[in-house]
Design a binder for this molecule. Structure first.
Ligand code: ADP
Length: 512
């Protein structure tokens, strides 16, 4: 696929904002990232400075354009991707009254609990598609009302970081359906704010931006910022969507039956459905992409962080050997894991070291090794940890399958995808073919795709697949799949048996 010029995807992430310029055939011709910190004023809080992020947006675009050495008329459009769930209270003049309270902020645990137990939370989830969890703006707003009432009353609007950036550039308060669908405040069926939820929170629709489609085009950027970036004020800036849903587009998991699995520090499984779907049991999310693309999926807390934990807490011998050999300690750890057969000879690991989100949504869940015998060695532990991570994403994939039907093909990304052994393990665990796309910047590419679609340069999002090269391909080993299946059922039973004990041990740990 060839376009008539360049398109820029701007990905406002949790650690940095990255602007990526894709050329006429999808080649990355320049990119630039600007980092910023997460601020933790309390152990449970996670905030970021909205002005620092706004400067990062302007700077990343400006430097990427300089690096590419292109002129405003060479740019067809820009598109935004942004992390979900952020919340900023602003006053009438647009000045922030709070920092950006991000998805990782857990201050509203009590409010989320109450929403679920006493305030019909499951029904709210079914209408809005956002699981009731402290990550999302709905419980955060309740927290603000209860714990910072003066600030809550003073707020003119409650917005996300994307709306903040767009307001600085265009002086307008709009929110795309995708970001809005991850607030817990938007009805999926009407794509409008949910009056019942607004009443529950004690705000009116005037406190929120106007919802618009993800293909909405902004023009008329303030001259000052257009000059700084090196674009024309009338270059179309497409509002785009959230980073999660755009990552699916950017890896090419767009049609029904195609799932994307990302395992970085944490993990996520997502698939795109032509219709909205929420889960009777509240296990999955449903976020908007376009009128006929809905992203159904679930996040897990326990991804690559577990191998990192193993490396850092127990892997000093491997770290030492790896240092001498000049290789990555992860490589050595995975080489050890390869010495034992699939199933780690009956050592099962429940990987819930940081509690769990999908499919169990249980903050009290904890890690467990089960089936230990004198026979088990160091390498069994390493392998069972890696298998536990695969089981946690498989559990999410099964919950999604219940809603959308069978998954045929899985496209993977994230740090774990660097390991051919771990990728094969996931293919065996799920019993599905697994593809590794080239794209390192899936969300930025997804934002670029929505931008091209919005300006009519491509007639469907699926066209972007032409730009995505497949680097590796794994086919499941049937014998391993049957071993894993047997152990996976045990894993699920173990979780259910241990639920009460998880509550007890978590309560004990909280007392310490
Ligand atoms: P983040 O989402 O935090 O940016 P990454 O996508 O970089 O994280 O993934 C980091 C995780 O990927 C590590 O914690 C580790 O589990 C895994 N990982 C990275 N490199 C390798 C490797 N060579 N072999 C196996 N696992 C790896």
């Amino acid at each position: 696929m060839t376009t008539r010029g360049n398109v820029i995807g701007v990905d406002i992430g949790t650690t940095s904002t990255k602007a990526v310029i894709f050329g006429e055939r999808g080649k990355v011709i320049a990119s630039h990232a600007v980092d910023y910190p997460i601020i933790k004023p309390h152990p449970d809080w996670a905030e970021q400075d909205p002005d620092l992020i706004f400067s990062a947006v302007v700077e990343s675009i400006s430097i990427a354009i300089q690096n590419a050495n292109i002129l405003p008329h060479d740019i067809l459009a820009l598109g935004f991707s942004t992390a979900m769930h952020s919340l900023i209270a602003v006053d009438q003049s647009g000045q922030p009254l709070t920092r950006s309270i991000i998805w990782a902020d857990n201050r509203s645990v009590k409010q989320a609990d109450r929403l679920l137990k006493d305030m019909n939370g499951l029904e709210v989830y079914k209408r809005t598609g956002t699981p009731i969890h402290p990550m999302s703006p709905l419980p955060k707003l309740l927290w603000m009302k209860e714990e910072a009432p003066e600030l809550f009353q003073r707020a003119y609007k409650f917005i996300s970081i994307k709306e903040y950036v767009q307001y600085q550039l265009y002086s307008t308060y709009i929110v795309d359906h995708s970001i809005a669908s991850a607030t817990g405040l938007l009805r999926l069926d009407t794509l409008d704010w949910d009056e019942e939820v607004l009443q529950l929170v004690g705000i009116s629709r005037d406190h929120l931006s106007d919802p618009v489609p993800t293909t909405h085009i902004l023009i008329g950027m303030k001259q000052e910022f257009a000059n700084k970036m090196g674009v024309s004020p009338d270059t179309p800036f497409v509002v785009g969507a959230s980073d999660g849903v755009l990552a699916n587009v950017g890896v090419g998991a767009i049609s029904p039956g195609e799932a994307a699995i990302t395992i970085g520090t944490s993990g996520a499984v997502r698939t795109i459905s032509p219709v909205q779907k929420t889960d009777e049991k509240g296990r999955t999310f449903c976020y908007a992409l376009t009128d006929n693309h809905w992203v159904i999926g679930g996040p897990t807390n326990n991804g690559g962080i577990l191998l990192r934990w193993l490396r850092d807490e127990f892997g000093s011998p491997e770290r030492e050997v790896a240092r001498k050999l000049g290789i990555d300690p992860y490589e050595l750890l995975t080489q050890y894991a390869e010495k034992v057969p699939a199933g780690s000879e009956g050592l099962i690991f429940l990987p819930f070291l940081s509690g769990e989100r999908a499919p169990y949504w249980n903050a009290n869940a904890r890690g467990t090794f089960f089936g230990l015998s004198l026979h088990h060695k160091r390498e069994h532990f390493i392998r069972s940890v890696m298998e536990g991570v695969c089981m946690s994403v498989y559990a999410v994939a099964l919950a999604i399958r219940d809603l959308t039907g069978p998954i045929q093909e899985i496209r993977v990304s994230g740090g774990f995808a660097k390991s051919p052994f771990w990728r094969q393990m996931l293919s065996d665990m799920t019993g599905k073919e697994l593809l590794v796309p080239e794209s390192h910047e899936a969300s930025a590419l997804g934002a670029a795709a929505v931008a091209l679609y919005a300006i009519g340069e491509i007639d469907s999002l699926e066209r972007i697949k032409d730009w995505i090269e497949i680097k590796h391909h794994h086919v499941p080993n049937k014998e391993n799949t049957s071993v894993y299946l047997e152990l996976f059922y045990m894993y699920e039973r173990l979780y259910n048996c241990l639920k009460d004990e998880f509550d007890a041990i978590a309560a004990f740990q909280r007392k310490l």
